[in-house]
Design a protein around this ligand. Sequence first.
Ligand code: 5GP
Length: 145
Amino acid sequence: MDQPMAAYDDSNIFAKILRGEIPSHRVYEDDDTIAFMDVMPQGPGHLLVVPKAPSRNLLDADPLVLGKTIAIVQRLAVAAKAAFAADGVSIFQFNEPAGGQTVFHLHFHVVPRFDGVPLQPHSGKMEDSAVLAEGAAKVKAALAA
Ligand code: 5GP
C-alpha cells in the first residue's frame, strides 16, 4: 500500500553542507544550486547536484526547482565528462529508502563512466580528501573552459 512520505528534516547532511556547517569539495554554486564531490564515489569524478530549496526528494520538489536543477545537472555532466575524459555519464536520482535514497534532501548523482568499468558500490568507501580536491579542481577547470 502507498505509504505517507515523511516531512523534510533540515538536520540531513546536505542541509548542513548548504548551511556551511560541514565541509565539502564544491565545484559549482549559483543562487539556487550547489554541486560538490560525493565522499564515497562510485567512480572517479562522482558529483552531487543539490538544489538549495528544501525538499526531501523529487516526489515533493517544486517543478520549477527541478527545471533549474536539471539544467545544472546537464552542465556538470558535460564538464565532468570532459574533466575525466570519460566515455559516458550516468545520472542517478533515488527517492525514499525503498528507492535507494540515503540522504533526504533532493540531489542528482553525476557519475563519469568508462567503457567496461563497473560502478563501485553505492555509499561504499570514503575517498581521500586529496583525491576529491583534485577531482573538484578538474571539474572547475572544465566548467571555466
Ligand atoms: P542517495 O543514496 O541519498 O541518493 O545518495 C547519497 C550520497 O551522498 C551517497 O552517494 C553518499 O556517498 C553521499 N554522501 C553521504 N554523506 C556525505 C557527505 O557527508 N558528504 C558528501 N559530499 N557526500 C556524502
